[in-house]
Design a protein around this ligand. Structure first.
Ligand SMILES: Nc1ncnc2c1ncn2[C@@H]1O[C@H](COP(=O)(O)OP(=O)(O)OP(=O)(O)O)[C@@H](O)[C@H]1O
Ligand SMILES: [Mg+2]
Length: 302
């Protein structure tokens, strides 16, 4: 079985408002899949549909190559939005309640998973006294108690400091490597999850606008020369006809990005000037993954 999870045409409306439209997702065995989108893009709504918590208007979900069933949902661990705990109970008691609800008979799993998420010996602490980062770790431990094959984590690093993010990354990689788990996580900040995912789906305004391998995204992470000119038509003619440059884009009116012959910016400048193009600016830049995401979603991510 190649795909752990697939959705086809997943669509959801609330009232007259289209919230999610025609979302096709493909998550393969062993993926750490990053589901990326700005606030309100529809990430949580998609997750709820994938988990059968809300009904789509149309579209289908396939888990482990089959229609969703109790058996398939038993193989999934999930955390949606802010995880709820009993604040006055201890860490151990909170996990124990969940363990029994999941039908896990052996209470040894509690200490095992506290250790796994770096909370060894913290079982006696009351949940209300935990920091946000520790609570997030506890939430991940809770999703793991029944040894699922796949995890769905909605914004698991939201609000964590860089150390917390790194620890979460290491934990997820360990789960993938040692337990062969498949993991899907959402975030609204590419930088937070960029280093832990191998595949990315970008959702914007309820639509899936891109799904690609992280390696492909990195290949697009390129260095280029940006030129500001008074006349793009004339400038691109010179680039192609006189300098034989094919790899360029007109980024916006009067702004051109050239991706080849970067060692030769003096020549580029001179040829354009000689051809009657006024070059008001020329700079060497690189396009980050964050730029790519912002370009696709048309907004600044904070
Ligand atoms: N039960 C609901 N009734 C009406 N509108 C809803 C409901 N749930 C979500 N929405 C709307 O659907 C849109 C998508 O919400 P959703 O929570 O899926 O986004 P998100 O990508 O998870 O955002 P965030 O990053 O803030 O968590 C939002 O405009 C939200 O207001
Ligand atoms: Mg959300």
């Amino acid at each position: 079985m190649k795909y752990v999870l697939r959705s086809n045409g997943l669509t959801k409306k609330y009232g007259d408002k289209m919230i999610v439209e025609d979302v096709n997702l493909e998550v393969e065995q062993g993926d750490i899949y990053g589901f990326l989108g700005q606030n309100g893009a529809g990430k949580t709504t998609v997750f709820r549909m994938l988990l059968g918590l809300i009904k789509p208007l149309r579209g289908t979900v396939e888990w482990f190559g089959e229609n969703p069933s109790t058996a398939s949902f038993n193989r999934i661990g999930s955390m949606i939005e802010t995880p709820g705990f009993y604040p006055n109970l201890t860490v151990w008691d909170n996990l124990d309640i969940h363990r029994r609800m999941c039908g896990v008979t052996d209470s040894f799993v509690i200490e095992e998973h506290l250790k796994l998420v770096g909370m060894e010996g913290m079982g006696k602490q009351k949940v209300k006294k935990l920091s946000l980062g520790t609570k997030q770790r506890l939430a991940i431990a809770r999703t793991l108690l029944h040894r699922p094959d796949c995890l769905i984590l909605d914004e698991p690093v939201n609000g964590l400091d860089p150390i917390g993010i790194r620890e979460t990354r290491e934990l997820l990689l360990e789960l993938r490597n040692k337990r062969s788990m498949t993991i899907m996580i959402s975030s609204h900040i590419l930088g937070e999850i960029g280093q832990m995912v191998n595949r990315i789906g970008i959702i914007h305004g309820g639509k899936m606008i891109e799904q690609l391998d992280y390696a492909e995204l990195q290949r697009r992470n390129r260095t280029y020369v940006e030129i500001r000119v008074d006349n793009d038509g004339k400038a691109t003619w010179i680039l192609e006809q006189q300098l034989h440059i094919k790899d360029y884009t007109v980024w916006e009116k009067g702004r051109i990005r050239v991706y080849e012959r970067l060692e030769d910016t003096g020549m580029l400048n001179k040829t354009l000037l000689d051809g009657g193009v006024i070059v008001s600016e020329m700079s060497l830049c690189s396009e980050t993954l964050e730029d790519h995401f912002v370009k696709l979603t048309g907004g600044v991510q904070k």
